[in-house]
Design a binder for this molecule. Sequence first.
Ligand SMILES: Nc1ncnc2c1ncn2[C@@H]1O[C@H](COP(=O)(O)OP(=O)(O)OP(=O)(O)O)[C@@H](O)[C@H]1O
Ligand SMILES: [Mg+2]
Length: 279
Amino acid sequence: MSDIKIQNLTVQYLGMDENEKALDGVSLEIEQGEFVAILGAHGAGKTTLCLSINGIVPNMIAADMYGNIEVAGQVPPKIPVRELATKVGSVFDNPEFQMSQLTVFEEVALGLQNLGVDKETIEKNISGALEMVGLKGFEERSPFEISGGQQQRLAMASALSMKPEILVLDEPTSNLDPIGKEEVFTVTRKINQEEGLTVVIAEHEVEVIAEFADTIILLEEGKISKAGTPQEVFPELVDIQRDVGVRVPQVTEFASKAPKKFGNSIPVTLSEAIEGYKK
Ligand SMILES: Nc1ncnc2c1ncn2[C@@H]1O[C@H](COP(=O)(O)OP(=O)(O)OP(=O)(O)O)[C@@H](O)[C@H]1O
Ligand SMILES: [Mg+2]
């Protein structure tokens, strides 16, 4: 069964011209446990797609929405964002903006308290969520005095404490240093592989996407222009990187310039490149 089913979704923010659309006829299906990366240039609609899945558009950010969207059996525009958070967790690009409490524990507790969950369940869920992101022992620390990577993992713990089946991450590493990026990617992969959560992530780190993603969706001006595995999509982007505003993995670029060596199986990860090179 599909976890996310979107048919002909069009989104227009208030104030946009009649022919201007943030999403324009997007259709896709994402299976339970799938790892999906959304790529696209500045303004292509990546954030709008993420916010349509977690219901923030149109429930908190006003927009006209047409078409059908079903997420974990729910119709996001029809239920409060806070309620949908028990199905869809969200992590955004700026970790600090997501923090509001004095301690890590209180930060994770907030969403559960808002839902009126009992104290025992709150403590159990917080403990499990902090464990999952590697922040056990940080309970009494200030969310503002930990590293960016730790803050993003805290944001992930807040989302995970609600026991969602989907995690949506909108450029979660864009404000992090290399170590913070690595931490967030490692936890994201663990959540996907060990906990079986569906992951939808807008992300520019194509080398990581090539390793982790089952599926890549390329957005151009609000439309899906390509979709497929990294092995299918990246080789097709080599010659149009500038046009679509997306880089391809370095090994893909290299291999495409050495077609005699690699033939039709252009690598997208380093290990694939090494294997191909040995042949
Ligand atoms: N709140 C808003 N009100 C009006 N227009 C908006 C709003 N948010 C985004 N847009 C417009 O919608 C289109 C899609 O924007 P979106 O933020 O989804 O793109 P993006 O791919 O996430 O871009 P970026 O790489 O900059 O994050 C753009 O034309 C943008 O200017
Ligand atoms: Mg964006």
